[in-house]
Write a protein of this length. Structure first.
Length: 461
């Protein structure tokens, strides 16, 4: 087999395409190579020169002696910057002071900000104007989810203790008292799969900060690590008793701990009964608690002398809370009587709610990452999905009867209400003349279909 030698300038040109060294570095490297070649042809051998040729200036280089090429390492998982799930509300006063905009007829486009959008009117034609909550940062009431969508129940009925959305929002994972994980589709709310994850009831579930790992804990004290494809990679027994989101104490305190040293930093005696759940706000300063004394309290870790606000509205024990992922001051709370309430910081009363959202205690609440869907898991063996009311919704279902004045006593369903008896707002809806003409045409068509019933036209005259 005949060997073919490439020209030296071709080899140099090929090397220069991959790595170009400075001119001074090239000259010094050529000197080292010349000295190394002389040592191989009979001159004084020096291992230091060869080592210098192979590693110059802290970088491994390819030489003519036969050293390997540079090693390039490509990690399997690229570095992911932390997701920005909390959107800070802009300071409009500061922006106005900095810009000092004055309208002169030529700068109208520059004088507008993101608040200049089309208002959503209470009409079905405004469906397209209903944008996600992140597009309406100055209107947190748009994210109050009081419209019932669907009830999801397992084939083997058992209480649902914990629910969590996947980081991308495509699926919902529920943990039940049977130790099973159930995955529900986040778009169609249909059942996808079920797997036996634990041997005892699942009590806690959370995702890691990089959204790659899910940690779960059960009633037997075991902790398991899961991948996003629900593959169990590790399991160990952390405690001999049940693991929950907080430990129980007869004094009902709230303790702050340093994870590095394992020491207690502060203790709060805020409630008169058992604290059921605590949640941190995404701003890192607010702490929300729910207790069996019917209260939800808000604390600021920068001033722990007293609570920031007390929310009174639950008729029975408050058992679950969940902060909204987009609006900083909006959160939902669930009670032991099945009630679901929505609150906003700075407002004394609830901004929305359903008294009979569930027939049993609400154990867990979870917002969709976009903030337009809320899911609740209850002791009545169901998981329910709630979303925002569309423009023009009547809100006369059995969950929203208590929100409308005079509707709670009647107990009427939406299908039982006579639409003709509901008065329309002046200037909105169908005009009275057109409405009367439509009724007249409907009566005439009924007479043509059923002859011998002329009395139907008399009430319309």
């Amino acid at each position: 087999m005949e060997a073919v030698c490439l020209p030296e300038d071709h080899i140099k040109r090929q090397r220069s395409a991959t790595y170009r060294r400075p001119l001074a570095e090239e000259r010094q490297l050529e000197t080292v190579r010349a000295q190394s070649s002389r040592s191989l042809t009979g001159g004084p051998t020096s291992s230091a020169l060869i080592g210098q040729a192979r590693r110059y200036n802290g970088v491994t280089m390819a030489t003519d002696i036969g050293s390997p090429q540079r090693f390039f390492h490509m990690p399997r998982f690229q570095h992911q910057a932390p997701r920005q799930v909390f959107y800070k509300r802009p300071d409009f006063a500061q922006q106005q002071a900095m810009q000092q905009l004055t309208f002169d007829g030529k700068r109208m486009r520059k004088a507008r900000d993101h608040r200049d959008f089309r208002a959503v009117q209470p009409d079905a034609g405004c469906y397209n104007d209903l944008v996600p909550p992140v597009g309406m940062l100055n209107n947190p009431m748009n994210a109050v989810t009081t419209k019932f969508v669907r009830t999801s129940t397992n084939k083997v009925k058992c209480p649902v203790f914990v629910i969590r959305w996947t980081p991308e929002g495509r699926r919902l994972v529920t943990g039940a008292s049977s130790g099973e994980f159930t995955l529900w589709n986040g778009l169609t709310f249909n059942f996808e799969t079920i797997l036996q994850a634990h041997d005892s009831p699942v009590r806690a579930m959370t995702w890691s900060h990089n959204d790659m790992w899910m940690l779960t804990a059960d009633h037997g004290g075991y902790v398991k690590y899961w991948q996003s494809n629900m593959n169990n990679v590790k399991m160990f027994q952390a405690h001999k008793e049940a693991i929950r989101e907080a430990s129980k104490d007869s004094q009902q305190p709230i303790k702050f701990w340093d994870p590095k040293t394992g020491q207690s930093l502060a203790t709060l005696h805020a409630h008169k009964n058992t604290v059921m759940e605590v949640k941190w706000n995404l701003n890192g300063n607010w702490l929300l608690t729910a207790s069996r004394d019917h209260l939800c309290k808000l604390f600021d870790i920068r001033n722990l002398k007293e609570e920031l606000q007390v929310f009174r509205g639950h008729k029975k024990e408050a058992t679950a809370v969940a902060w909204h992922p987009v609006h900083e001051g909006l959160f939902a709370s669930g009670g032991s009587d099945g009630s679901l309430l929505f609150w906003h910081t700075g407002v004394e009363k609830e901004v929305g709610g359903m008294e009979m959202a569930h027939e049993g205690m609400i154990w867990s609440l979870a917002w969709h990452p976009l903030g337009h869907i809320l899911c609740s898991g209850s002791n009545d063996h169901t998981s329910k999905f709630w979303t925002r009311n569309r423009p023009g919704d009547k809100m006369r279902d059995r969950y929203n009867l208590n929100l409308l004045p005079g509707m709670s006593e009647d107990g009427m369903e939406y299908d039982d209400v006579d639409l003709n008896s509901v008065a329309s707002i002046p200037g909105m809806g169908i005009p009275e003349q057109l409405k009367a003409a439509m009724e007249q045409e409907q009566a005439v068509s009924l007479i043509l279909e059923h002859p011998g019933t002329p009395d139907l036209l008399e009430p319309l005259d």
